[in-house]
Design a protein around this ligand. Structure first.
Ligand code: MRU
Length: 330
C-alpha cells in the first residue's frame, strides 16, 4: 500500500482515517485540498506529511504559474500548506526546499517541484532501510519491545522509521513480542501499527496507553522505540502525545528509550532560533468516540497532539547517518 503517490496530475493518498476497516484513496488536484488532507490527518506521520507537502507544492506551482501574479500566488499557497500542521518539521522543510527551487520562469515550476517530490519518494525506501540497519544494534534476540503511535510505511511512504527497525529486528533476531500503545485519541497504534505489524508477521498485542507502566513493572518491556516529528539540536524530541511519559517511565524502570527518525525530522534551529509549536487539536477528538459523545455533557477537553521529551531521557537516536548517544549535538 503506497501511502503517498502521484499519477495523472493528481496526488493520491490512502485515507488513513478509514484504516484498517476500509482501504480508500483520495485523489487531490489542488493545494487547498492537499492542505485539508494533511490537517484532517488523511495522511499523517512526519515523513509522509513532508512527502505530501512536496507534492502539494507541485500542485501549488501549477496553479500559481497560471495566476496574474505567480510569485504572490505561490507564496500564499506555500504559507497555507506550511500551516496545515505545525509540529512536524518535515512539512515546513519541504515547503522551504521547493520554494528555493522555483527561481526560474513560472512555466517550469510544476516540473521542477514535481521532480523534487518524485525524487523524494524514490529515495524514501533507501532512507528507511538505512534507519532500520542502523537501529539493529539496539535489539537482542527474544526482546520485548514497546512502541507508540504509528511509524510504519503509512507514516513515511517507504518502510517506516521505528517500525522498519522493529520489523528488521524481528526478521534477523526474532522478537518475542511488540506491545503497541493504542495511542489516544486518534488510535494510530490500534488501527495502523497493529495492522502493519500483522502484515509483517510480527507477534504483537495492543495495550491502552495507561498500561505502559504496568507492562514495564511486569518485565514485559526491554526496549521502547518511537519515531519523531521534530528532533532539536540537543536531542529533545517532539513526538505523539504520551511519548514523554513513556520516556520517564522507561528511565524509572531502567529500560532503554530510543528514537528513530530521518535527518529531515531534525531541526538544528530548535531550541534557540526557532521554537516548536505543539499542535492543539479539536477537543471533540477526546470528548467523542467514533462520532458519539462519551464525555460528560458540558465538559471541555485539552487535546495537545504532541509532547517534548528532553534529550537526556533519550538513550539513543538513530538516523540514516548513524546511531547517536547523548549528549547530542545535531
Ligand atoms: O499525529 P500523527 O499521526 O501525524 O503523529 C505521528 C507521530 O507522532 C509519529 O510518531 C511521527 O510522525 C514519526 S512517523 C515515522
Amino acid at each position: 500500500m503506497q501511502a503517498v503517490d502521484f499519477a495523472d496530475g493528481k496526488l493520491r493518498l490512502v485515507d488513513q482515517r478509514e484504516l484498517p476497516q476500509a482501504v480508500r484513496y483520495l485523489e487531490i488536484e489542488s493545494a487547498p485540498e492537499a492542505r485539508d488532507a494533511i490537517r484532517d490527518m488523511a495522511v499523517r506521520g512526519a515523513p509522509a506529511i513532508g512527502l505530501a507537502a512536496a507534492y502539494a507544492m507541485a500542485l501549488a506551482a501549477r496553479e500559481a504559474a497560471e495566476a496574474a501574479d505567480p510569485g504572490a500566488r505561490l507564496r500564499m499557497l506555500a504559507d497555507m500548506i506550511a500551516q496545515a500542521r505545525p509540529t512536524a518539521v518535515n512539512l515546513l522543510h519541504e515547503v522551504e526546499v521547493v520554494l528555493d527551487l522555483l527561481t526560474g520562469s513560472p512555466a517550469g515550476w510544476y516540473e521542477a517541484a514535481l521532480g523534487h517530490a518524485e525524487a523524494m519518494k524514490a529515495g524514501q525506501r533507501l532512507e528507511d532501510e538505512a534507519l532500520a540497519q542502523n537501529a539493529l544494534p539496539l535489539f537482542r534476540p527474544g526482546m520485548r519491545v514497546l512502541t507508540h503511535c504509528n511509524t510504519g510505511a503509512l507514516a513515511t511512504g517507504g518502510l517506516g522509521t521505528a517500525f522498519a527497525a522493529i520489523s528488521l529486528a524481528h526478521q534477523q533476531l526474532g522478537l518475542t513480542e511488540v506491545l503497541a500503545d493504542e495511542t489516544r485519541p486518534r488510535l494510530q497504534g490500534a488501527r495502523l501499527t497493529a495492522f502493519e505489524l500483522g502484515q509483517a508477521g510480527v507477534p504483537h498485542r495492543v495495550i491502552v496507553d495507561g498500561a505502559a507502566a504496568y507492562c514495564m513493572a511486569q518485565g514485559l518491556v526491554d526496549l521502547v522505540i518511537v519515531g519523531a516529528d521534530r528532533i532539536g539540536s540537543d536531542g529533545r524530541t517532539a513526538n505523539k502525545i504520551g511519548t514523554y511519559g513513556l520516556a520517564v517511565l522507561a528511565k524509572h524502570h531502567g529500560i532503554p528509550f530510543a528514537v528513530v527518525a530521518p535527518r529531515s525530522s531534525c531541526d538544528p534551529l530548535w531550541p534557540g532560533a526557532r521554537e516548536v509549536e505543539i499542535e492543539q487539536r479539536d477537543p471533540r477528538e477526546v470528548l467523542e468516540f467514533m462520532g458519539q459523545r462519551v464525555a460528560s455533557a458540558g465538559s471541555d477537553a485539552l487535546n495537545p497532539a504532541f509532547d517534548v521529551t528532553p534529550g537526556d531521557l533519550v538513550t539513543a537516536i538513530v538516523r540514516e547517518d548513524g546511531l547517536f548517544r547523548p549528549p547530542y549535538a545535531f
